[in-house]
Design a protein around this ligand. Structure first.
Ligand code: ADP
Ligand code: GLC
Length: 492
């Protein structure tokens, strides 16, 4: 067996428990820890958002000032990056601090709009990553880059943050978590990169129809590209899912590999979860019914053991299938069911939810916001989990649902297709229900079948148990990443 690279730097724009908007943060939390466990030495680096300071109050970690203050050129300006660190679960995290850019309420956007200086913020972050690697005297063999916020790193590693060149270039693996967000900015920002020359034509990997595209630069500049499920890896080669980058993806010398995410089985464990009123396991499931009762009480709905409870926890954006739910809602609410939804995102959907709260106070409750503890209680208290995403690179909530004996109802796409097996096609091994098409009709058909299933207790138990036994651990995922790191190591 070949040697594994001894040092890896995992670069991402968010990571739990420090700061999170979605699934990337769950991956950035668990994957480096698991890799460290199996013998690869991985550090993490991310921006020092206000949330990181606020999270310190919970006592899991302590942020400390490092000796490094790095001078970062941004065009004609030089801005300071103060480096902080925290140690958690045997993994070291570096934070890039610059209050003007990162000491804000949100990570990327307020509900109404993106922060207008995201280009500068994440250019600065990436330059600080290179500056720190150099200050530490280049201890990393592989840089594991995640999503568009890391896309310029291959170019910066080669040309240096001043554009004067840089000795050596670490190997890079780029992971696509969501191709729909690309970091597309006006070409007028090019001077801030300090890349030599001032013409975008010199940088075909960065240029996208006259603009700067961080994602494209990451895909073309990295030594390997992967994404978070085999089906999404195939889907993004088509115009329907490729978000305009299908041609680029199809032209890569190494095909995009799909590696399904895992679940942090300590954080998501119904047998020990401290946020639950009652814990339970697949062998002794009674506690789940108590969780349902408590959850309904918490959100202000009446418990009825004959009525199935459907939940959804999601960013409220088009991707997540909110338009399909909108079209199905009236018909859904005429069925004997209850529905609790937790989420935040686009303002239009906040308005829909407020409207539904008024219209169906007995059957529906939306909680607008981000609430990690409540999300655990919802996974535990629900009978079914709704995830009718239009596309889904991997998806994590369906995996959490499987672990919590909550049957997922998903659209047939991306990671949802790779992780949920439809019991109607595979009665023995099935774990959930899959929509055959991305339509309200197909969604409603699943809801109706789920309600019938709920009353067939024997079948329900079998499907629940199949789900709870499904292997969702990080072990397999981490070993697949390790294999990619090894391949990169061998290319030296
Ligand atoms: P995505 O990353 O596209 O949002 P995933 O399914 O991969 O989708 O991950 C979503 C993660 O974010 C899950 O851990 C989910 O529980 C969490 N999450 C999303 N919205 C909320 C919310 N409003 N409150 C608590 N957790 C949320
Ligand atoms: C993205 C995707 C989601 C995936 C997550 C973690 O946010 O939308 O499907 O699970 O990244 O990889």
């Amino acid at each position: 067996m070949s040697q594994s690279p001894s040092r890896v730097l995992f670069v991402s724009s968010e990571s739990r428990p420090f700061a999170s908007t979605g699934g990337l943060a769950d991956v950035a939390e668990a994957l480096p820890v698991e890799l460290n466990r199996i013998g690869v030495s991985v550090d993490r680096i991310m921006p020092l958002y206000r949330a990181v300071w606020e999270g310190q109050g919970k006592g899991d970690y302590q942020v400390e000032r490092s000796p490094y203050t790095l001078q970062i050129p941004m065009g004609n300006e030089i801005l300071p990056a103060e480096i902080f660190t925290a140690e958690l679960q045997g993994t070291l995290t570096y934070f890039v601090g610059f209050e003007e850019y990162f000491d804000r309420i949100e990570l990327y956007a307020l509900p109404q709009r993106e922060y207008s200086d995201n280009f500068s913020r994440f250019l600065f972050f990436q330059k600080a990553v290179v500056a720190l690697i150099d200050a530490l005297q280049a201890p990393y063999e592989v840089l594991h880059l995640n999503d568009w916020q890391c896309g310029l790193l291959p170019l910066l590693l080669e040309k240096g943050i001043n554009g004067t060149g840089r000795g050596g270039r670490e190997k890079t693996l780029f992971t696509i978590h969501n191709l729909a967000y690309q970091g597309l900015y006006p070409a007028t920002g090019l001077y801030k990169t300090n890349l030599p020359g001032n013409f975008l034509d010199q940088y075909p990997s960065l240029e996208y129809y006259g603009k700067l595209n961080f994602m494209k630069a990451g895909l073309l500049g990295s030594d390997r590209v992967n994404t978070v499920s085999p089906t999404y890896a195939r889907e993004i080669l088509s115009p329907e899912f490729g978000c305009g980058l299908e041609g680029v993806l199809g032209s890569l010398p190494n095909p995009v590999v799909g590696i399904v995410n895992g679940v942090d089985t300590e954080v998501w464990n119904p047998e020990t979860d401290p946020t639950l009123p009652k814990t339970y396991s697949s062998k002794s499931i009674a506690g789940k019914e108590s969780c349902k009762k408590d959850l309904l009480k918490e959100v202000g709905l009446t418990y009825d053991k004959e009525v199935p409870l459907f939940v959804m926890i999601s960013r409220l954006v088009d991707q997540k299938g909110i338009p399909v739910i909108g079209e199905a809602m009236e018909r859904m609410m005429s069925l004997p069911m209850q529905f609790v939804l937790l989420g935040s995102g686009q303002e239009i959907y906040h308005n829909w939810l407020k409207d539904w709260n008024r219209k169906w106070p007995e059957h529906f409750k939306a909680i607008i916001g981000y609430n990690s503890d409540l999300s655990h209680r919802m996974e535990a208290g629900a009978d079914f989990f709704l995830m009718p995403s239009q596309f889904e690179p991997c998806g994590l909530n369906q995996l959490y649902s499987l672990r919590y004996g909550t049957i997922p109802i998903v659209n047939q796409t991306g990671g949802l297709q790779d992780t949920v097996d439809d019991y109607r096609q595979n009665p023995k091994t099935g774990t959930g229900l899959r929509m055959s098409q991305y339509t309200p009709e197909s969604f409603l058909e699943c809801i109706r079948d789920a309600i019938s299933l709920f009353h067939d207790k024997k079948k329900l138990r079998g499907i629940r148990q199949n789900g709870m036994r499904h292997d969702v651990t990080w072990t397999r995922t981490a070993s697949q990443y390790l294999e990619l790191y090894r391949e990169l190591g061998e290319e030296k």
